[in-house]
Write a protein that binds this ligand. Structure first.
Ligand code: NAD
Length: 259
């Protein structure tokens, strides 16, 4: 893996940052992407590079916009020849019943959690195919395998990305390019913290209690999955041992989808 190049979308925070950290540990050069305070992002970029002795670049493309995704992949391919490892991770959530679901939130969740992965994949594939090597890892969710109320757009996008994963895996099955999905259960990131805070406010309980209630409701282990654990799974999927892992939706969810 040493010397390969990975683009991890949505890697200024949470799971994407955890995956970038573990890949960098393995000697992979990283392109970070996502939003945030520029000084904080520069601190993350420089820290990753110096801790692991790899090259780390940052790209601020807004992945809700098809033209920005095309330009992003185009720039990286021009600079490096190909993206060896593409981790489609950027995602957002919106919680509301279907009859109340704001149409613009539906469009945004589908655009980022599903269509962005399609656009990044279609743009990155030709250069991977020329090298006959590549790894595409889509960060789906337990919600790619099962549903929960009030998450119609998210559940639809995550089920959809697992379908996309299988098609990309099959279309490239006779090549050195694999495509797989990772399905995390609850991970304590800003995306989930928002849901914990909303629950604490709605139920009139402490955030600690809301955190425990949230994780216990779905996840039999009653423990959060960590970004580092997901990073290790991503690193495995990039390794030669995973050459024949193709088109799977691999749960790391504390038992959520075993029920
Ligand atoms: P997070 O909010 O911590 O991070 C999201 C990242 O995406 C950030 O870097 C953010 O800047 C970036 N981002 C947001 N909008 C963007 C845009 N338009 N263009 C580019 N980047 C953008 O979230 P997280 O919990 O780390 O989630 C990462 C992925 O993991 C998502 O796809 C999410 O659905 C999935 N996931 C999360 C959990 C969980 O419990 N946290 C569980 C299962 C799946």
């Amino acid at each position: 893996m040493k010397g390969k190049l990975a683009l991890v979308t949505g890697s200024t925070s949470g799971i994407g940052l955890g995956i970038a950290e573990v890949l960098a540990q393995r000697g992979v050069n990283i392109v970070l992407n996502g939003f945030g305070d520029p000084a904080e992002i520069e601190r993350l970029r420089a820290g990753l590079a110096s801790r692991h002795g790899v090259e780390v670049e940052y790209e601020n493309a807004d992945l809700m916009k098809t033209d920005e995704i095309e330009a992003l992949i185009g720039r990286i391919v021009e600079r490096h020849g190909a993206i060896d490892i593409l981790v489609n991770n950027a995602g957002i959530q919106h919680v509301a019943r279907v009859e109340n679901f704001p149409v613009d939130r539906w469009d945004a969740v589908i655009a980022l959690n599903l269509s962005a992965a399609f656009h990044a994949t279609r743009c990155a594939l030709p250069a991977m195919q020329q090298r006959n090597w590549g790894r595409i890892i889509n960060i789906a969710s337990a919600h790619g395998l099962v549903a929960s109320v009030e998450k119609s757009a998210y559940v639809a996008a995550k089920h959809g990305i697992i379908g996309l994963t299988k098609v990309v895996a099959l279309e490239n099955a006779k090549t050195g390019i694999t495509c797989n999905a990772i399905c995390p259960g609850w991970v304590l990131t800003p995306l989930v913290q928002k849901q914990i805070d909303a629950r604490a406010a709605a139920d009139g309980i402490s955030t600690e209690q809301a955190k425990l209630d949230l994780v216990s409701e779905k996840q039999p282990s009653q423990e959060f999955v960590t970004p580092e654990q997901l990073g290790e799974l991503a690193a495995f999927l990039c390794s030669p041992a995973a050459d024949q892992v193709r088109g799977v939706a691999w749960a790391m969810d504390g038992g959520w989808t075993a029920q």
